[in-house]
Design a protein around this ligand. Structure first.
Ligand code: FES
Ligand SMILES: [Fe+2]
Length: 382
């Protein structure tokens, strides 16, 4: 590791104990340095729980989809009514992908030499292996840790990782009144954003940028400077950004049941839930959009994002359901485009040689907490 990377890690370690009054953002090289990027992949993305799918993408037994997480090919399958199983999507013969795309299957047949695996991952057939000592039934696709939480599917590449759900009990309790696990996915966008993964996470964790990046699409109803209740947790975090009175009134009229289930503070605010390292869930009383951010390279991130809606709001859309859902999707695309543009610009400007580490405002405590989380994962490991 270079001397620069060592210095950056030392500075990151200091964020754990620094006071908010003199805290600074990351050195801009954090968004470019290849050694630090490699360390993040190893210590964060190969060890932490990452959201890769929505449960309702896999409704029927045999429904499957293929994924990649930091270069690791994955095959997600609904193996029974209550279980989604993730396998390594690499054939045990000569390493071809076992499945491609998405669909429904009873068996998976590798397209290279036709080895066939059952939904349980066990090899069923291997043409041409007769007359060898190879025991077909003992061969199986490795399982990858998988947990479903509130309709989201999380995987962990580390077989020894602690289970996710017990680590985020507070988030589960906070979200319980929303009945989020009953909501339906109405949009999915899976796209590459042109910037380092941390730029996308930092942007998604604060609302101070609403007036700047979203003056029309967000700020008029969710004024960014109103953020409050920024929490500080090891594995998850939370904040609230109150709606304007008018926006709160309109939402209460549109979805009275959802609003009545929440306490007043939650019913009148956009609540942000974050599961470290990179799952962001901004939730309204009856719908939510999410972002799961996965690094592709130091300068590119894959963002798995979309919309989930409650039955109440879908029913209310009635015969206009498709049109209303399309309108919501357009809003999501618009807001994301504004954030994507900022990500692209920041990836360029953070290469400037004239930067000093910028000061953290109290409204960006959530971003500082994210850096503290990173420090815990990257610095203490060394
Ligand atoms: S690589 Fe899959 S059957 Fe040969
Ligand atoms: Fe934004």
């Amino acid at each position: 590791m270079s001397q620069v990377s060592e210095r950056l890690l030392e500075e990151l370690g200091e964020t754990r104990t620094c006071d908010l009054s003199n805290a600074r953002f990351l050195d801009p090289m954090w968004y470019h340095d290849p050694d630090l990027y490699a360390l993040e992949i190893e210590e964060v993305f190969r060890k932490e729980w990452i959201c890769v799918a929505r449960e309702d993408q896999l409704r029927e037994v045999g429904d499957y989809l293929t994924e990649e997480l930091v270069g690791e090919p994955l095959l997600l399958v609904r193996t029974d009514e209550d279980t989604i199983t993730t396998y390594s999507n690499v054939c045990r013969h000569r390493y071809y992908p076992v499945a491609a795309g998405a669909g429904n299957a009873r068996v998976f047949t590798c397209a290279y030499h036709r080895w066939t695996y059952g939904l349980d991952g066990v090899l069923r057939g291997a043409p041409g292996m007769g007359g060898t000592d190879f025991e077909i039934r003992k061969c199986r696709l490795p399982k990858i840790r998988t947990e479903c939480w509130n309709g989201f599917v999380f995987v962990n590449l580390d077989a020894a990782a602690a289970p996710l759900t017990p680590q985020i009990v507070g988030a589960t309790e906070g979200l319980a009144p929303y009945e989020l696990s009953t909501w339906s996915t109405t949009a999915i966008h899976d796209e590459i954003w042109p910037g380092n993964w941390k730029l996308v996470v930092e942007n998604g964790m604060e609302s101070l940028h609403h007036p700047g990046l979203h003056p029309v699409s967000v700020q008029p109803e969710i004024p960014g400077l109103g953020v409050k209740d920024i929490s500080d947790f090891e594995t998850w975090a939370h904040l609230k950004v109150p709606f304007t009175d008018e926006a709160a009134r309109r939402l209460a009229e549109q979805t009275p049941e959802a609003v009545s289930r929440l306490d007043e503070a939650d019913a009148t605010a956009l609540c942000g839930y974050f599961i470290y390292p990179s799952f962001i869930l901004p939730i309204f009383p009856a719908y939510a959009n999410w972002l799961s951010i996965m690094p592709v390279s130091a300068s590119q991130a894959r963002v798995f994002t979309g919309l989930a809606m409650s039955e109440e709001i879908l029913e209310r859309m009635g015969s206009d359901r498709e049109a209303s859902a399309a309108q919501s999707r357009e809003q999501l695309v618009q807001v994301n485009q504004e954030d994507i543009q900022a990500t692209r610009d920041l990836q360029r400007t953070t290469l400037s040689r004239f930067i000093d580490r910028g000061p953290v405002t109290p409204l960006e405590l959530s971003v500082l907490n994210f850096h503290r989380y990173l420090a815990n994962r990257l610095v203490s490991e060394r």
